[in-house]
Design a binder for this molecule. Structure first.
Ligand code: PAF
Length: 283
């Protein structure tokens, strides 16, 4: 059995651990999460290990990134099991603050974003989402002052928003991107996959399959919009209601009508039953 991992519930406790590590010359990597850990999160921990010597995982279901219509109250919460999984993966410290510790009475600051945060993808469907994500991540960066922080490419727009945030606000934390972890049939791992019924789970990989096909079609010369339209048809035929299926510049997330040598990312979001899935693929 893995050695137990300490849990800090407030910033002073967190900093007590970090200060002594820093004095000892440790390189601290933060893996920010909302818990409900799965193999995808464990791959973030493994990615973190190649960038530092101490891995801190924050586990905090951040209310400010959920719209009132979203699943904040039902979002899966499993702190005890999460800490055990993190210990098993060789993590060093969990930071699990309460909502009151993160947003005390009178909290009044939100980060205002442009650039990739207003690319018309997730922000089109979830207009307040990235301000909540950026604000909590800025807090986590200040609370922890990690040398590096790892984010998954599954939330690709989030990754670009947070890379821009770290650059624009001069955080000393290096933002590291970790590749998408997938199930045996290609479905991107997500804490929300637990919402899928057996029938929906069967159809869910169609989202990824359509992106692969779309990428191949574009690479072999099919016009971008025609390839995207075929992907939309295939995704809808699998039972999804589509939010978007787009080809974007992989760095700026600007729309692309044609590809001519720039890095391209295909991005999709769609609902199957009550579950909203997102996925993306490099061209
Ligand atoms: O990707 C997530 O789990 C969250 O958006 C994050 C980065 C932990 C902020 O709450």
């Amino acid at each position: 059995m893995a050695a137990p991992v300490p849990i800090a519930h407030d910033v002073s406790n967190l900093r007590a651990h970090l200060t002594s590590w820093r004095r000892a010359g440790e390189i601290i990597v933060l893996v920010p999460t909302m818990g409900a850990l799965h193999a995808g999160h464990m791959s973030l921990v493994q990615a973190g290990k190649s960038h530092g010597t101490k891995i801190v995982m924050s586990i905090f279901v951040n209310p400010t990134q959920f719209a009132p219509t979203e699943d904040l109250s039902t979002y899966p919460r499993s702190l005890e099991a999460d800490v055990a999984k993190f210990a098993e993966a060789g993590g060093d410290l969990v930071f699990a603050p309460s909502v009151e510790a993160m947003y005390p009475q009178g909290f009044a600051t939100t980060i205002s974003l442009a650039g990739p945060a207003t690319a018309g993808l997730e922000d089109k469907v979830r207009p307040e989402h990235f301000a909540g994500v950026a604000t909590v991540v800025a807090k986590l960066f200040n609370q922890c002052r990690p040398d590096a922080a790892v984010f998954g490419e599954k939330d690709y727009q989030q990754l670009k928003v947070l890379t821009t945030l770290a650059r624009d606000l001069d955080f000393e934390t290096q933002v590291i991107a970790a590749p998408i972890a997938r199930d045996h049939d290609g479905l991107a791992l997500s804490s929300r996959n637990v919402y899928l019924s057996a029938e929906e789970r069967l159809h869910a990989p169609a989202l990824y399959r359509a992106l692969i096909k779309c990428a191949e079609a574009i690479k072999t010369g099919q016009p971008v919009e025609a390839a995207l339209e075929e992907a939309r048809i295939a995704i809808a035929a699998a039972g999804f209601a589509i939010d978007y299926v787009e080809a974007r510049h992989a760095e700026t997330l600007a729309p692309l009508d044609q590809v001519s040598g720039e890095p391209v990312r295909l991005l999709a979001a769609a609902r199957i039953g009550k579950t909203r899935l997102i996925d993306n693929l490099a061209l």
